[in-house]
Design a protein around this ligand. Structure first.
Ligand SMILES: [Zn+2]
Length: 252
């Protein structure tokens, strides 16, 4: 790390030590060292394939099949990914009682895998490691979907109600989930230190949270590989490798 990076880590340590309630807000950058691609980055999957809109998913079997083919093709990446240094550092702060919950834009389940309970992970874009019925919300595992897809030649519907089965993610064209949005707002307003980690902070409305925290009097730290449009208002900005910056905060 650069000398400026070392100084930034020291400053981050001070901010974390004096904070009573820390709320981390995480984006793709915390998971890239885990082998999870940043879908929106240049070369990411969404620049290669046009994303499937929610209305298209529910409108045709063909689009549901295509959506599931893409998801199942990526399953090796998701199912073998393990938490990175950033996830482990945040899990330690959670165990220490400093972090009541993590707000995340990620769908990779890695905060839960790092030991933070489900109830303390607020997922704004859902979770891609399992599926649900869009009508009755019954949960399905991806292995079951793969088996049925293979056997029938098309993606399966709900065994209980015939509804469409989709990964538990928020797709393009799908409304932001109300419950998680409300919880994220309440958390943001409850903290005295807001850590924006690995998010380019461009996807609204999620990107509104750092500013909300700052206006509410919290200190704002932005840790991201690239500059963001909120760097000017942050109390501390760190443009370094996320895992390297957070590694010293992993509790041993
Ligand atoms: Zn159902």
């Amino acid at each position: 790390m650069t000398p400026a990076g070392e100084r930034a880590v020291a400053r981050l340590r001070e901010l974390i030590e004096v904070a009573r309630t820390i709320v981390p807000f995480t984006g793709a950058g915390i998971s890239t060292e885990c082998g999870i691609p940043d879908f929106r980055s240049p070369g990411g999957i969404w620049t290669k394939y046009r994303p499937i809109q929610f209305e298209d998913f529910v409108a045709s079997q063909e689009m549901r099949d295509e959506s599931w083919r893409r998801r199942l093709a990526m399953d090796a990446q998701f199912s073998t990914a393990r938490p990175g240094r950033g996830h482990l550092a945040l899990a330690g702060l959670h165990r220490a009682g400093k972090v009541p919950a993590v707000i995340t834009q990620n769908i990779d389940n890695l905060h839960q895998a790092s030991g933070i309970p489900d109830a303390a992970v607020v997922e704004l874009h859902g979770n891609t490691t399992y599926a649900i019925c869009l009508d009755c919300a019954r949960r399905y595992e991806l292995g079951w979907v793969r088996e049925r897809f293979g056997a029938a030649g098309q993606s399966p519907d709900c065994e209980d109600c015939g509804g469409y089965i989709k990964t538990a993610t928020i797709s393009f064209g799908q409304a932001m989930p109300e419950g998680p949005m409300r919880r994220a707002e309440a958390l943001t307003l409850s903290c005295d230190l807001f850590l924006a980690i690995g998010s380019s902070l461009v996807v609204w409305p999620a990107a509104g949270f750092p500013l909300m925290a700052k206006r509410n009097g919290a200190k704002l730290v932005i840790l991201n590989r690239d500059a963001t449009e909120f760097d000017d208002v942050a109390d501390l900005v760190i443009h370094e490798d996320i895992g390297s910056v957070l590694a010293p905060f992993i509790a041993h």
